[in-house]
Design a protein around this ligand. Structure first.
Ligand SMILES: Cc1ncc(COP(=O)(O)O)c(C=O)c1O
Length: 386
């Protein structure tokens, strides 16, 4: 009686079973996969956050498919602070970037149409696409002292059913930003074939060297959807506040905005108290990002210090985001390495296949892990890799 699109394999995998057993046994765990910023010991201005949710204006309902103008002005202000112009009329508020993806997929794709996604990338895409009847086709990212898009493979992956290309900027977990030349190439590929760029910029502000990277939000060279939100930018995933920006050449943009308006008007999904609080939540980003980046830089420095005297494990170059990719000898499967690490050392890290790495020998660690846990976990892991 269920739709085939929900025929997922729901049996727990070996790793999640082992992790659940480890936790159930009450054994100590050094979790180097943490991604929930509210559980990583960052200091939030609790009073300001809670006060922002007590706005008396929340007692009245003024439905607007794009979301309250005051919130959209704050989002446009976020881009203005980065010296990029985004019109409030091009912004739609959503409850998450995942929801924003669903609007975009629904608008661009008939069942079975295709969207290109980078590989490696984060694992939620498969479910988002299944739910919307979209077929994902991978294009590889190549590593050679740094990551880059394999444009040859990307172009080969395009079929008459391809509707868009997802770019995660910077990518999770590789941490690489799309460069100006890559943005220009994406524009020329997408504008020539009536495809959209779908730019996921949830980690845009987290640049390791502190330089500001250009957003796709002000891109005019091809139909573009830019997705971001407060779950990463302000470290407030629990507030369920994100946005989608439509940009690109006219008359495409006018048509896209009209269609998005109908989709958004059908759900009107973001609640009023949160919309009213978005300006204050966005202000919180400065203090949050400062703490987060100093943790990421410290953990990365500790990682490099631990890696320096040995040769069995190295890390790939990282430009931004919250993760580091480790390279280890591929004499066993990544899953076996991770399982043994959990059993023998109580350290949990992600195997590369979790993020769709094409071969064995890659492990992913979260750089937002508390410093002490990170240092102990990595030191233990390196003993095992020897
Ligand atoms: C690249 C990327 N996009 C989107 C999300 C999800 O963001 P949201 O909480 O807004 O749905 C994540 C979460 O980890 C992510 O890594």
């Amino acid at each position: 009686m269920f739709a085939k699109r929900t025929n997922w394999n729901m049996t727990p995998n070996r790793l999640s079973e082992a992790l659940a057993a480890h936790r159930a046994a009450g054994k100590p765990l050094l979790d180097l996969t943490v991604s929930n910023p509210t559980e990583c010991g960052f200091k939030y201005d609790s009073a300001a956050i809670l006060d922002a949710l007590r706005n008396p204006a929340a007692l009245s309902y003024e439905p607007n498919p794009r979301g309250l103008e005051s919130a959209r002005r704050a989002v446009a202000g976020y881009y203005a602070d980065r010296e990029e112009h985004v019109s409030v009329e091009d912004i739609f508020l959503t409850t998450s970037t995942s929801e924003a993806y669903s609007y975009v997929f629904r608008m661009l794709c008939d069942p079975g149409d295709e969207v290109l996604i980078p590989s490696p990338s984060y694992p939620l895409f498969d479910f988002l696409a299944d739910i919307q009847d979209v077929r994902l086709v991978r294009y590889p990212l190549l590593y050679d002292h740094g990551w880059q898009i394999d444009f040859h493979a990307l172009e080969q992956a395009i079929t008459p059913r391809t509707r868009g290309v997802i770019v995660v900027h910077p990518n999770n977990p590789t941490g690489h930003f799309a460069k100006q030349a890559e943005m220009a190439k994406l524009n020329s590929i997408c504008s020539a074939r009536e495809m959209a760029i779908i730019a996921d910029e949830v980690f845009l502000d987290f640049s390791l060297d502190g330089t500001r990277r250009a957003s796709f939000a002000a891109n005019r060279g091809a139909p573009t959807f830019t997705l971001s939100g407060l779950s990463k930018i302000s470290g407030l995933p629990q507030m369920k506040a994100a946005w989608l920006i439509a940009g690109g050449p006219q008359p495409w943009k006018r048509e896209a905005l009209a269609r998005l308006e109908v989709i958004a008007d059908t759900y009107l999904s973001v609640n009023t108290p949160v919309q009213l609080a978005i300006p204050k939540f966005l202000e919180q980003r400065h203090a949050f990002q400062e703490q987060l980046m100093s943790r990421v830089r410290r953990n990365l420095a500790e990682l490099d210090r631990l890696l320096a005297p040995q040769k069995v494990c190295s890390r790939l170059a990282v430009e931004g985001g919250w993760c580091a990719v480790l390279r280890v000898l591929a004499i066993r499967s990544d899953e076996e390495v991770v399982l043994e690490l959990l059993r023998s050392k109580g350290v949990y890290i992600h195997p590369g296949h979790f993020y769709d790495f094409p071969s064995e020998g890659y492990l992913i660690v979260s750089l937002i892990t508390r410093g002490e846990d990170f240092a102990r976990g990595m030191a233990n892991a390196l003993i095992l890799f020897r």
